[in-house]
Design a protein around this ligand. Sequence first.
Ligand code: HAM
Length: 411
Amino acid sequence: MNPKAPRGTFDVLPADARLRLQLLKIADELLGQAGYEPFETPVFEDTELFARGVGESTDIVQKEMFTFEDKAGRSLTLRPENTAGVCRAYVEHGMHKLPQPVKLWYWGPFFRHEAPQAGRFRQFTQLGAEALGSDDPSLDAELILLLAELLDRAGVGETRLRLSSLGTPETRAAYLDELRAYLHGREDALSEDVRARLDDNPLRAFDADHPGTRAVMQGAPHLLDRLSADDADHFADVRALLDDAGLAYEIDPTLVRGLDYYTRTVFEFESPRLGAQSALGGGGRYDLLIEELGGPPTPGVGWAAGVERVLLAAGEGEPAADSRIYVALAKPDAAREGFRLARRLRDEGFRVEMEQAGRSLKGQLRQADRIGARSTVIVGDVIDVKDMRSGEQRRASDADEALALVREVGG
Ligand code: HAM
């Protein structure tokens, strides 16, 4: 898929597919080192899971879900995110009986019915990590540092990390009442959209682009100043660990994430290389979600990054390694010998392509050039090995000798 093309189907062409695989390998290595295990959940789940997990008043649930009925009349939804699914699986598989925390990571397709634009798609790929079963602040810090490292290794360049804490639902509820009262007192200056959702979700006012709303929000009270002592300590611990690690961040009390399950730490990495859709990845703590979904009280923390956005910010990257050896056929009945030779060369670890399209010998040599072959093995009554850089051609008496010559020239 061309991440720059706002529209179009989710086709991933080989050059991009290779970059995606590289990112997947980086994630596997990095997250594996920190004890995170790969994990998969289904692409669709009961609609109810997301309505309860992500939150009824969120944009995701209100506007962006691909929801359909199956033949039995059940309402199903293509997953818009994975934290709810991971928590469902944690409960369903009794993972609270495992040593805690349970650390998982995932990669896969997600779906949101948003207006497509550069960096925003209806089908996109998330790479995510979650740690369930402990509220230790070192997990928040560990996960944030892992995402920072992943983005760095992916080559996205400079990023901006915004960090905040949302506290517990109680502190939040009291704060939300205070914020609502503040906003109601200034309703005339607010955008229609913010006014319509003022009672439901007043925090979204911090996100607004509307100039009047922005002016009002300058003077709005901040949740960070209302945290309980426990939550403030937790946040201070997370920050101290990030400071120790030398990771720069900005405390941003206006950071609101588009999902309702967060408690305490929230964070988001942005890239100046991306346009309006600048969030590379984000996440936070969700200490009440598992209980909300019917499990035992179990804290959790995690993040997800948008794979297409990460690759978009990383740019074109290194050109892919091309095929190195081409097996050409000097006559049609050399096909079996050529096929055998190609397999032996692949067994030795070379990248090998062979003539499979009925081309003339001249056409085959042109093709060898096109794919950037280092050497071409020409199979006929005799076998010749051509060094594609020097143009030198040497004759082998049999397949073994041809193999030896290829090893000399290199692939
Ligand atoms: P989120 O911020 O909604 O969080 O999504 C995470 C990332 O997915 C975004 O930062 C963005 O890079 C990418 N993304 C989201 N929507 C789109 C889209 N339409 N097109 C392209 N990329 C997109 C979550 O989903 C949470 N589940 C993260 C989390 C995990 N929190 C705790 N654990």
